[in-house]
Design a protein around this ligand. Sequence first.
Ligand SMILES: C[S@@+](CC[C@H](N)C(=O)[O-])C[C@H]1O[C@@H](n2cnc3c(N)ncnc32)[C@H](O)[C@@H]1O
Length: 250
Amino acid sequence: MAAGYRILPEVFDRWQSSYGADFTTLILPHLLSTLNQFGCPEKSLLDAACGTGTLVLEMASRGWAGGGIDLSRGMIEVCRKKSIPPGADVWFKRMDMRAFTTPSPVGLVTSLGDAVNHLLTIRDLRAFLSSAFRALLSGGLLAFDVNNEWCFRNLWKGSSTIRHKDFTMVLENSYVPSRRRALSRIHLKHNRPGPRRAAHEIVEERYFSPDEIRRALSAEAYTVLHAEDFALSSAPEVGKPKTWWVARKA
Ligand SMILES: C[S@@+](CC[C@H](N)C(=O)[O-])C[C@H]1O[C@@H](n2cnc3c(N)ncnc32)[C@H](O)[C@@H]1O
């Protein structure tokens, strides 16, 4: 991981909502229809690189047990401050998605919001898939989205500014196709006075081709069930910047 998501956790949910809805709200219909279509052996999940934990809590409100892991200390702190649905069996822990464990095997492993693109080598991708395989029950599902090549080439360029009442965020994005590396230089300025009024962070992502992902899944003995480009908005001009992958532990 290039940067540690040090300054983003505090503003992450407000930043995401400034696009209209947070990523979990946008991706949830894809996940629920995947579960409907392919079935899952048990209503238990592990969300790898869970960010602020929204997916785990959403699933808990639908009767799922499970946990979220993230490498960022700040993200895990935000997760733990959120209110848990009454009676829900939910946990959050700081762990690396390349080497995580679960207290007991789960029916579903997810990794959403292009978290998989934060793995910068095939070796790291394989390490994540292998941890997920060990965490899954037999017949369990793995579902994740990645930013595809169209996304990096068309959307990771130039700069954009997000003006929230509490902060201003400037993102300078770039992508180098020959290296398959994308960078987002993030400048955050809080509107409130204080010692840490301005802060900066770099998020680095890698493009994995469909062939690379398919080969990595097969090498870990998953069966690929689904791989499809999709858009989060219905507007045609937005294109299909993401690919939705679903695989089963046979
Ligand atoms: C773009 S955010 C997505 C968060 C969340 N999944 C969502 O959909 O809102 C990417 C997340 O990946 C986490 N991350 C990056 N590399 C990681 C690693 N090696 N292990 C665990 N988490 C990692 C970051 O800390 C961050 O929370």
